[in-house]
Design a protein around this ligand. Structure first.
Ligand code: GDP
Ligand code: MG
Length: 163
């Protein structure tokens, strides 16, 4: 069966950087649906013989008086409709924000496996900071650095276990 991994999270946590790191040049389709305000980039990660379809849900355009609310709904809806596994990306340099908490509230009751990816863990000290995200109540936290590759292999190993 086809599987799809969705990358979600608030703006600026590094979703697209992680997506690019995982897919390299293997991204093809940009889906832009006017009126639905959905903008998605699809790609494929190749990892140890696995080909994993990925979607970066970050490119939405807000059309509401409450863009943050809208962002959360859009992303959560896309992810929950379509994805078999959700990578919920957060930022160790900021810690947990209100928007992270809101996204977590949407994701927590779902059956879809959610992996908390604590991005920008560029060094050992920042890796320690990732433990704060266990407070989101979504289970295992994977510290990664999308810019220097740290932790990405461990995260991918866990991801393929979920497929
Ligand atoms: P998005 O809005 O969630 O898609 O975030 P982007 O991928 O556009 O990244 C936002 C900013 O965070 C950019 O300036 C990235 O270079 C930076 N960034 C992304 N990943 C990392 C990381 O692992 N470490 C550091 N230090 N910066 C990162
Ligand atoms: Mg992005």
């Amino acid at each position: 069966p086809a599987v799809l991994v969705a990358i979600v999270g608030r703006p600026n946590v590094g979703k697209s950087t992680l997506f690019n790191r995982l897919t390299g040049s293997r991204q093809a389709i940009v889906e832009d649906t006017p009126g639905v305000t959905r903008d998605r980039v699809y790609g494929e990660a190749e990892w140890k013989g696995h080909t994993i379809p990925l979607v970066d849900t970050g490119g939405y355009v807000p059309r509401s008086d409450d863009p943050y609310e809208r962002a959360i709904r859009e992303q959560a809806e896309i992810a929950l409709e379509d994805a078999d596994v959700i990578l919920f990306v957060v930022d160790v340099t900021t810690g947990i924000t209100e928007m992270d908490k809101e996204i977590a509230t949407v994701l927590r009751p779902t059956e879809t496996p959610v992996m908390v990816v604590a991005n920008k863990a560029d060094n050992e000290e920042r890796e320690w900071d990732a433990s704060e995200f266990y407070q989101l109540g979504l289970g295992e936290v994977y510290p990664v650095s999308s810019t220097n590759k740290r932790g990405v292999d461990d995260m991918m190993a866990a991801l393929v276990e979920e497929l």
